[in-house]
Design a binder for this molecule. Structure first.
Ligand SMILES: NC(=O)c1ccc[n+]([C@@H]2O[C@H](COP(=O)([O-])OP(=O)(O)OC[C@H]3O[C@@H](n4cnc5c(N)ncnc54)[C@H](O)[C@@H]3O)[C@@H](O)[C@H]2O)c1
Length: 248
């Protein structure tokens, strides 16, 4: 296996926007072949145009097993293999409210996208990675999953679930060439904050010891290392990207 990611096939969910898109740009610049999966057809089409040639754009609902399986089948048809998966599809749900003011449906919706989606995409790609005894899966969790953010119960619970999911599957595949990790960023300014009350954003940014948000460039660079062949002795881990908020 080459130590570069040139010609690696990378699936990026949530690739139409924010962290997913910035990561797809970074990996493509390093020669990876990209499959962008996202629920938003217009965002997907604009993102794939911006990325340039040879990008496979697949409208996918990460909550649906049938939709995820169909997207993986299309990726295999087009590229024959899957080396890297970055699961960046995610939603915040209602924020700025305590648990007693959150409708159960909203809690379920957030868990469905963030946690069920992480399970479904991992389950769908692992058999393909096993065939070649190689793979890098990175599930984007959040500092909210490590620390628990007040006013973000659905999001925090779903992200804690993702951290546990990566710990568990990481151990299951530890004797293969496949690693499964999660990443816990603090605040990176993207459209996910568009519907959040300013007080919620302030709550999160004030807790960052570096006293600033992370950038998309910092995030994509960290992800680029995590999913590289060089990063071969870490699995089941939750990487930190929080400007010092979590030191564990
Ligand atoms: N931006 C931050 O501060 C931050 C911090 C920690 C964790 N995260 C996580 O990083 C990931 C990316 O977030 P972002 O900030 O880039 O947000 P974003 O809103 O810019 O991008 C999220 C993408 O997910 C897609 N998506 C939503 N529901 C989907 C579904 N059902 N199926 C497929 N795609 C779906 C959206 O269409 C969008 O393109 C999310 O999991 C988010 O929770 C973000």
């Amino acid at each position: 296996m080459s130590r570069s990611i040139e010609n690696h096939v990378a699936i990026v969910t949530g690739g139409a926007s924010g962290i997913g898109f910035a990561t797809a740009q970074k990996l493509k610049a390093d020669g990876a072949r990209i499959a962008l999966l996202d629920l938003n057809p217009q965002g997907l089409s604009e993102a794939s145009k911006r990325l340039g040639e040879d990008v496979l754009a697949i409208e996918t609902d990460i909550r649906s097993e049938a939709s995820v399986n169909a997207a993986i089948a299309k990726t295999i048809d087009a590229f024959d293999q899957i080396d890297i998966v970055i699961n960046a599809a995610g939603i915040a749900g209602i924020t700025g409210k305590n648990a007693t003011d959150i409708p159960f449906q909203n809690f379920q919706d957030v868990v469905a996208v963030n946690l069920h989606g992480s399970f479904l995409i991992s389950k769908a790609v692992l058999p393909h990675m096993q065939k070649r005894n190689y793979g890098r899966i990175l599930l984007i969790a959040s500092i909210a999953g490590k620390e628990g953010n007040a006013g973000m119960v659905s999001y925090s619970a779903s992200k804690a679930g993702i951290i546990g999911l990566a710990k568990s599957i990481g151990k299951e595949y530890a004797e293969t060439g496949i690693t499964i990790n999660s990443l816990a960023p603090a605040v990176i300014m993207t459209p996910i904050h568009d519907t959040m009350p300013q007080e919620q954003i302030d709550y999160m940014t004030e807790r960052i010891p570096m006293k600033r948000c992370g950038t998309l460039e910092e995030t994509a660079s960290a992800i680029r290392f995590i999913v590289s062949p060089e990063n071969s002795f870490t699995t089941g881990f939750c990487y930190d990207l929080s400007g010092g908020r979590a030191t564990y």
